[in-house]
Design a protein around this ligand. Structure first.
Ligand code: NFS
Ligand code: SF4
Length: 633
């Protein structure tokens, strides 16, 4: 019997699985429990074949691996490897987008174009590229080459994108620590090298290595991805959308886009628009593209595509029997999805040659033939619909509305309406007065282990009550949209008086005729770059370091290695980073001490592990209070 109970919509899908006798992640989780304690503490090593070795941090049994490695060495090596997994994912994503951009300029990827010229010029000027008297293509090519250099250079220069996007004060801080990075691939290689058997055994040195990988993740991964995506597909603007699995339409061809890279999802959306007559000819009322996980965030921020599901709901969405095709590219795709799809008419379509799932349809999606491939995929979905026609579907009722698209540019545009010369000033004034007590970025995933506790929702409500503005990305954004935190009613319902007043004034300035929502959707996980840019701009305007700001980050339901590498980047920037469940560092006294205390003196950052939502909120609020005090406000 399943132990955990989730929010109504998620639960209704789990219940349906039970009724139909279909296995889900929850069955598998509960069969896995109790999960291995060594694994959870990070104290198991498989780096060589004299092992695997495992060390009980409570002092029972051997305290060293066969080679003599201590638990601190083992835990810190494992942590660094987790981060490499995250940073490789983000760097791979960024490189893929950047190389497609370059192909487009060379005429080899005709399905793509420059959409946001203004952003291109902003990036070019920031990189020190001459823009006067040159064509857009020439400028763009140089921008692409600068990004390519961050994956190829062999000198000691620092990442171009770090110079472009990191605050000056932060770069100085990292220089002192000797952790400036110059080439994403070299760093990933070195991290794998130093963690293999018989290399770096110094836990503190390994943790400094972890900070380096955090910087790779932030600048060569997230920032490069966001910048090129904005240039190619447009910088998001505020717009109103719908969220929850209820956005599926019983009589339409439903295509669920799942994964991360807008190179694919943008083209599918475009082709779906063109093929709606074909769908009608097959008896459908049209084609309904909906978004899952991060690629869903990308689509909703730029094109109002409804947000259907976060990661925990990704396989559950198929239990509706209403999804005709789930089209995926990279990252966070549960292999179990295919097993559920097989119980229905649903097609899971993989598109990336290095991401295949047994039983799924594979259509390799190359940027050179983006239009043709996208058309082929949409036609597969229409064909699947013809096999569904007439069968019952189960679409959970209840949709929420949300305002999304809070890019830094969109936020500044609103603020300019209040103070055109100094747009950040109104924010700063309100922080000083305490109307905005602070801000917290909620990012990351939904954990099947914690989702039933409503961890994220409870923490968000606590923040808003205490006049703390919330910004969010990734699957946490899906959770917040489904919880109804992103519409104008939420401001009245959840915010303290100060925050309510600020959001009302901003809503008026934006011409909304209603307050802005209290939780701002800033994008996908790679768009944590946007949060960092906003913090950087605020810190610069105040003449302080990012670590001095009354802000914090939280990954309240950590799942992915990617969240670990993003979190480490934020630690390097100097933020308090709250994490739940326990990261796999608890087996190492050194890792715990350095990450939760020692780091404060090095970067200003601090990891904060707390699984109780009330206590975690109090800890974050206390941190914000301390930061305000130090700033004298
Ligand atoms: Ni982020 Fe996005 Fe979701 Fe978690 Fe996965 S989709 S990259 S890792 S699960 S938030
Ligand atoms: Fe054991 Fe050392 Fe080999 Fe790890 S590297 S498995 S601790 S012998």
């Amino acid at each position: 019997m399943l132990q955990r109970r989730y929010d109504n919509i998620t639960q209704s899908l789990f219940d349906r699985a039970q009724t139909l006798g279909i296995e889900t992640g929850l069955d598998r989780l509960e069969r896995q429990e109790p999960q291995c304690a060594f694994g959870q503490l990070g104290s198991c090593c498989r780096m060589c074949y004299m092992g695997p070795c495992r060390i009980d941090p409570f002092g029972n049994g051997s305290q060293r691996g066969v080679c003599g490695a201590t638990v601190d060495t083992i835990v810190c090596r494992n942590l660094l490897r987790e981060e490499v997994g995250g940073a490789a994912s983000h760097a791979g994503h960024a490189r893929h987008v950047m190389l497609t951009f370059k192909k487009m300029l060379e005429g080899r990827a005709p399905g793509y174009k420059i959409t946001d010229r203004e952003k291109l010029m902003e990036v070019a000027r920031g990189l020190g590229i001459e823009t006067e008297g040159r064509s857009d293509e020439e400028i763009a090519l140089e921008v692409a080459d600068k990004a390519l250099e961050d994956f190829t250079r062999q000198d000691d220069g620092i990442l171009n994108w770090m110079r472009l996007r990191a605050p000056e004060k932060a770069i100085k801080k990292w220089e002192k620590l000797g952790i400036l990075v110059s080439n994403a691939h070299n760093e990933i290689e070195e991290a794998m090298h130093r963690t293999s058997m018989g290399n770096d055994a110094d836990p503190v040195n390994l943790l400094l290595g972890a900070l380096r990988i955090g910087l790779v993740d932030g600048y060569a991964g997230l920032h490069i991805a966001t910048d090129f995506q904005d240039i190619m597909f447009g910088t998001p603007r505020v717009r109103k959308i719908e969220a929850s699995p209820g956005v599926l339409e019983p009589n339409m061809v439903n295509i669920a886009m799942h994964g991360h890279n807008p190179l694919l999802s943008e083209k599918i959306l475009e082709r779906a628009g063109r093929l709606s007559d074909e769908a009608r000819a097959q008896g459908a009322e049209g084609i309904n593209v909906v978004g899952v996980c991060c690629t869903g965030n990308e689509l909703t921020m730029r094109h109002n595509v409804p947000m259907a599901a976060h990661n925990l709901q990704s396989e559950l969405l198929l239990l509706t029997g209403a999804v005709d095709a789930m089209v995926v590219d990279v990252q966070c795709i549960w292999p179990g999805s295919q097993r559920i799809a097989e119980c229905f008419h649903t097609k899971v379509i993989t598109t990336e040659p290095f991401v295949k799932i047994p039983g799924a349809t594979h259509i390799a999606f190359e940027p050179e033939e983006a239009d043709q491939k996208a058309e082929l995929i949409v036609k597969e979905a229409i064909e699947a619909f013809t096999r569904r026609k007439g069968r019952d579907v189960f679409i959970p009722e209840g949709k929420t509305t949300a305002l999304v698209g809070f890019s830094v540019e969109a936020i500044i545009d609103v603020l300019k309406k209040i103070n055109p010369e100094d747009p950040l000033m109104p924010v700063i004034d309100n922080i000083k007065s305490g109307n905005i007590f602070g801000a917290v970025g909620f990012a990351g995933c939904p954990s099947i282990k914690l989702r039933h506790t409503g961890m994220t929702e409870k923490m968000v409500r606590e923040m808003l009550k205490n006049n703390i503005l919330v910004v969010t990305t990734g699957c946490t954004a899906h959770i917040c949209a489904q919880a109804g935190f992103m519409n104008t009613d939420a401001t009245e319902k959840y915010c303290g008086e100060g925050l309510k007043a600020v959001l009302s004034a901003l809503g008026d300035a934006a011409g909304l005729g209603a307050p802005l929502p209290p939780v701002w959707h800033m994008g996908s996980c790679v768009d944590n770059s946007r949060i960092a840019s906003l913090l950087g701009a605020l810190a610069d305007r105040l003449g302080v370091d990012v670590s001095d700001l009354p802000v914090a980050g939280s990954a309240p339901e950590l799942v992915q290695e990617k969240a670990i590498s993003i979190g480490t980047w934020l630690l390097a920037l100097g933020l308090l980073v709250h994490i739940a469940p326990h990261p796999r560092i608890m087996g190492s006294p050194v890792a715990v001490k350095v990450l939760t205390e020692g780091l404060r003196d090095l970067t200003g950052g601090r990891a904060y592990v707390e699984l109780d939502p009330q206590k975690a909120s109090e800890g974050i609020i206390e941190h914000i209070r301390e930061r305000r005090k130090a700033l004298g406000i």
